[in-house]
Design a protein around this ligand. Sequence first.
Ligand SMILES: [Zn+2]
Length: 79
Amino acid sequence: MRFEYVCRYCRQKIGAVEAPHWSLGDAMERLGLHHLEPDHQWDVIRPRDNQFEIQTVCDACEQAVAMHPELLLEGSIIQ
Ligand SMILES: [Zn+2]
């Protein structure tokens, strides 16, 4: 399985993990998602085509949100 890290705000690809032998359960555990509520897990990791997209935040957006926390609100309204 292939996992792609994508910024949840600007949709920029940040990186990818190629892990053919991981099951989804393995991935959840290795990515530290297994302790999240199932609803929150599916907010972070999303099936897309034949791979999974992991929602994260790139450096640029992290700085933007740190300086302008109201962007975070706008982002969640748009989604
Ligand atoms: Zn971004």
